[in-house]
Design a protein around this ligand. Structure first.
Ligand code: AMP
Length: 119
């Protein structure tokens, strides 16, 4: 994907990020606009647009993203009190950056899963 993709540019080192963990296949860095005391984004280095495309195209890489997320959760001290891991996907999911990323959120009670009742 390369120069058109913000997160590919972070992987390439062209845009700075606060990296908290890196593996051969994944990168974890702090969200620039955190929504919780801990808000880390975990991505595969290879470009996939969203979690469905990733899971269908490379399930092993999808598992790498989960494993890195769990390792960061442990590093950040979140395993005891818990955390939220979510993938916004597509228009209804509110996805803004189309390079798949897991939001790892924690460090305080996060409230209900959705901000409003859709019923
Ligand atoms: P989403 O709406 O799920 O696509 O989330 C995109 C996330 O990327 C948002 O939480 C943004 O705050 C975050 N973000 C955008 N630009 C950057 C950046 N340069 N470094 C870190 N996080 C970013």
């Amino acid at each position: 994907m390369g120069s058109d993709c913000l997160f590919c540019r972070i992987v390439a080192g062209e845009i700075p990020a606060t990296v908290v963990r890196e593996t051969d296949t994944t990168l974890a860095f702090r969200d620039i606009d955190p929504k919780a005391p801990v808000h880390v984004l975990v991505i595969p280095k290879e470009h996939y647009a969203d979690v469905a495309t990733l899971a269908q195209g490379d399930p092993t890489l999808a598992a790498d993203v989960l494993a890195t997320s769990a390792a960061v959760a442990e590093d950040e001290g979140l395993l005891g009190d818990g955390f939220r891991l979510m993938f916004n996907t597509g228009a209804y999911g509110g996805q803004e950056v189309f390079h798949v990323h897991a939001h790892l959120l924690g460090g305080a009670p996060l409230g209900p899963m959705l901000a409003r009742d859709l019923g």
